[in-house]
Structure formats: structure tokens, C-alpha cells
Design a binder for this molecule. Structure first.
Ligand SMILES: Cc1cc2nc3c(=O)[nH]c(=O)nc-3n(C[C@H](O)[C@H](O)[C@H](O)COP(=O)(O)OP(=O)(O)OC[C@H]3O[C@@H](n4cnc5c(N)ncnc54)[C@H](O)[C@@H]3O)c2cc1C
Length: 417
């Protein structure tokens, strides 16, 4: 069986793990990344529709959700969007700013992944893919009665490297162990609960997890009524728990998706209603009345088509003003117009649930940040053990914030591990 010592071993070769590897190795530490799947950075490749929304120009701690809202501040201030932009530019990657300060590659996400792999190899980070961890032992814990094979060893990682035709058992030990195994979202892209299980074994608290940045599913009866709308996109403002997002949303064959729905899903809890304002540009009932009365002799559906897609107007007409469907606008009582305006601004829907981890971009909750130093990311009660990236209870909004968190937390841990 193979045995090797590294100063730092990183579990998980995703965004945070690769950044932590490059950061630690640039300080002269010997670094090994252990990745369970056949390649590193699968989520980076799939991100941003293949163009990787790698950061956002306007990153503040308010863009993140955590039980401990001040936790991200320190790391985000030590590794800023401009630091990652510098890395992107130094690798000659062309990028563009889209709305809300989101930065995307002009070419492909592959360029960001290649840049990180190059940073790792330039600093001699060793990457082992197809590696299945079978056991982790805290060799610094005297009660384990283990005599470390290396004087600096705090952890022993046992596992199997699998190739198509062969398997090789190995044992690695290290002084610092960085857990960067991400969350539960999209198992086919590496999503796993490994980091949570390890945290539990080390007596680190886990806060309950939930899929985030995820489409909603609707209950069957509502879905049946909305079936003709599948594929229709609407600019709206969606709110829940004092949070609102003004972007488009999309009717799907299962429910609702699109940017504003993904954003609000981060704040939604099962049983909550979401409130959709279908006419966010129209601020008051008199303004609404003025606008539709520009065509006083037409039916409401005709006037409404100026603001909303035709198929949505048909649904609303059938359900919200059916008895007034064949009456010209100037004959509809003002009270009814006001009621319709109110409904258009406050369409309350109670999603039956979400599409779950299968399609969620992120996992809410996770390793309790109260157990971890916000400066070093080392577990307060366990010397040499670090958690970074999505496995922690820090989740960004849609728009490049989650990668910025992965870069910033990975960089911070790599600077101390
Ligand atoms: C489809 C999709 C698109 C996204 N687009 C964007 C975007 O454009 N912008 C943005 O900011 N965010 C985006 N995100 C979110 C972003 O990808 C994540 O927040 C980020 O990748 C988290 O980084 P991480 O390193 O913590 O975890 P991950 O990137 O998930 O990496 C974890 C790694 O650990 C490995 N692993 C898991 N278990 C083990 C184990 N037992 N042993 C060894 N290795 C293990 C996994 O295989 C994986 O490689 C997207 C997510 C998805 C799913």
C-alpha cells in the first residue's frame, strides 16, 4: 500500500478546493487534492450556461444567506472580485459584464477551470481523481492510540484510487485537512453529503439543509390550469419574507423557474406563499386605470396584452375577470378595475415544493459557521481541520456570488492551512 505525507490535503477538487490548493501551495506547502469523480471542477464547467458567471462586481455580505450573517465579511474583504478578475485577465480570458454586475466568460467556462488547474500545477499541487475515501482518522487525538508515520501528521486519509482496470489502496497523512466537498446539489456533478458526515464525526454542528436556487413545483390542480403557459416568460417582482427580486420568471411543465424564482427560492420555506407582482412598473391603481383607459372601448384582455403575454392574459381573464370579459373597459366599474390591479400586483401562490437537489444550483444550510474561524476557516475545536465553500452554511444569491464565496473562502483557508 502506498503511503505519502503532504502538508495540506484538500478533499474535493471543485471551485473552493482548487482555489485553496493554489493558495496553500503558493506559500510553499506541499498539497494534494483528492477528488472522487473522474475530473475536477465539473460544476465550474456547467456553470452560467457554459460561460461561468465567475463573480459579481457588487459583492457585499448582504448577498449571502447564513445563520451567522457577519461570518462571510472577513473572507470576502480579503479576496475581492477584483482579485479573481486579475487572475482571469492574467490567463488571457475574455469576459463581459451582464446585468446586475455579473461577469461571464465570453468563450467557455472551461477557460476558468483551466486557469485554476494551471495555478495548481504551477505551484505543484498534486491532483488525484477517481479517489474514494474510505476512512479519515484524527491522528492528533491521543485516544485513537495511533502512532503517526510522520511527525507533523494530524490526519490520516485512507482510500482507493480506481482506474478502469485496477484499484490501488493508499494512505495519506497531512498536517492540515481542508474539506471542500461542496453541498448536496446535483449529485451527477459531484453533490454529496460527505462533508456534513465528516463534520458530524468531528462534533461540528450541521444546520439543516435545503435546496437553493431551485425551480418550484406546483400542485396538480394549479398546474393543470397553467399548462398552456409552459415556456412563457414574464418580467415580474417576486417576494417572500421581505425579500423581492425584479427579474423574469418562467412557467414550466412542473411549475415555475427563471431568475426571480431561483432567487426567491433561497428565502422560501415549505408552506410559504410567494407573492408575484405581474405589473411591477405600474405603481398605483390610478396609474393602471389611466394606462388601460387609453383604449376605453376595448376589452380588458386587449389592453392587458400591452403589459403581459397573451396566454397569461387568457388565463387571468378566465380566472380573475371572467364575468367582465366581454365588457369594454370604460363600462367596468372602477371598484372592479382597482380589484384587478390589486390582484395583478399580489398574485399569491403556495408552491408544493421545489425540484430538489437534482436541479438546485446550491445547498442552503450546512456546517455551522459558529464552529469555524472566519479568519482562517479552521474548526475552533479541531486543530488542522478546515471547511470551505458550499459545505459551509453560507449561500450566495444568483449572479456569481457563490463562486466568489468559493474563491474567497478557499483563498483564506489556503493562506493559513
Ligand atoms: C448547474 C450549476 C450552475 C452554476 N452556475 C453558477 C454560476 O454561474 N455562478 C456561481 O457563482 N455559482 C454557480 N453555481 C454554484 C457553484 O457551482 C457552487 O456554489 C460552487 O461550485 C461551490 O464550490 P465548492 O468547491 O464548495 O463545491 P463544488 O464545486 O461542488 O466542489 C465539490 C467537489 O468535491 C467533490 N467531492 C464530493 N464528495 C467527495 C468525496 N467524498 N471525496 C472527494 N471528493 C468529493 C465533488 O466531486 C466536487 O468536485 C452553479 C451550480 C450549478 C449546479
Amino acid at each position: 500500500m502506498k503511503f505519502e505525507y503532504y502538508d495540506v490535503i484538500i478533499l474535493g477538487g471543485g471551485a473552493a478546493g482548487l482555489m485553496a490548493g493554489a493558495s496553500a501551495a503558493s506559500r510553499g506547502r506541499s498539497v494534494l487534492v483528492l477528488e472522487k469523480s473522474n475530473m475536477v471542477g465539473k460544476k465550474i464547467l456547467m456553470s452560467g450556461g457554459g460561460r461561468c458567471n465567475f463573480t459579481n462586481l457588487n459583492v457585499t455580505p448582504e448577498n449571502f444567506i447564513s445563520n451567522n450573517p457577519y461570518f462571510p465579511t472577513s473572507a470576502l474583504s480579503r479576496y475581492r472580485p477584483e482579485d479573481f478578475i486579475y487572475l482571469v485577465e492574467s490567463h488571457g480570458i475574455n469576459y463581459e459584464e451582464r446585468k446586475h454586475g455579473q461577469l461571464f466568460c465570453k468563450g467557455s467556462s472551461r477557460e476558468v477551470l483551466n486557469a485554476l488547474i494551471k495555478e495548481c500545477s504551477r505551484n505543484e499541487v498534486f491532483i488525484q481523481t477517481n479517489y474514494e475515501i474510505t476512512e479519515i482518522v484524527d491522528s492528533s487525538d491521543r485516544s485513537n492510540r495511533i502512532i503517526p508515520k510522520h511527525p507533523n501528521s494530524n490526519f490520516i486519509i485512507k482510500g482507493i484510487k480506481r482506474n478502469k482496470k485496477s484499484e490501488e489502496r493508499s494512505e495519506y497523512c497531512c498536517e492540515s485537512l481542508i474539506v471542500a466537498t461542496g453541498g448536496l446539489s446535483i449529485p451527477t456533478l459531484g453533490g454529496s453529503g460527505f462533508g456534513y458526515e465528516l463534520a458530524e464525526k468531528c462534533d461540528v454542528e450541521i444546520l439543516s439543509t435545503q435546496p437553493g436556487l431551485v425551480p418550484f413545483v406546483l400542485e396538480d390542480n394549479l398546474l393543470k390550469d397553467l399548462r398552456n403557459l409552459s415556456g412563457v416568460s414574464v418580467l415580474s417582482e417576486i417576494s417572500c419574507h421581505q425579500q423581492s427580486f425584479s427579474e423574469s420568471f418562467l412557467f414550466t411543465h412542473k411549475g415555475l423557474s427563471g431568475p426571480s424564482v431561483l432567487q426567491i427560492s433561497n428565502y422560501w420555506k415549505p408552506g410559504d406563499f410567494i407573492c408575484i407582482n405581474l405589473i411591477p412598473e405600474i405603481k398605483t391603481a390610478p396609474q393602471f386605470e389611466d394606462l388601460i383607459l387609453r383604449k376605453p372601448n376595448v376589452m380588458l384582455r386587449t389592453a392587458m396584452k400591452d403589459f403581459l403575454p397573451k396566454s397569461l392574459v387568457s388565463y387571468l381573464e378566465n380566472n380573475w375577470w371572467n364575468e367582465h370579459r366581454n365588457i369594454p373597459i370604460n363600462k367596468i366599474p372602477q371598484k372592479i378595475i382597482k380589484e384587478i390591479y390589486e390582484r395583478l400586483g399580489h398574485w399569491k401562490i403556495c408552491p408544493a415544493g421545489t425540484e430538489g437537489y437534482r436541479t438546485a444550483e446550491v445547498t442552503l444550510g450546512g456546517v455551522d459557521t459558529n464552529s469555524v474561524s472566519s479568519k482562517t476557516f479552521e474548526v475552533k475545536k479541531c486543530k488542522g481541520l478546515y471547511f470551505v465553500g458550499e459545505v459551509l452554511d453560507v449561500t450566495g444569491q444568483l449572479g456569481g456570488y457563490n463562486f466568489q464565496w468559493a474563491w474567497a473562502s478557499g483563498y483564506a483557508a489556503g493562506s493559513f492551512a
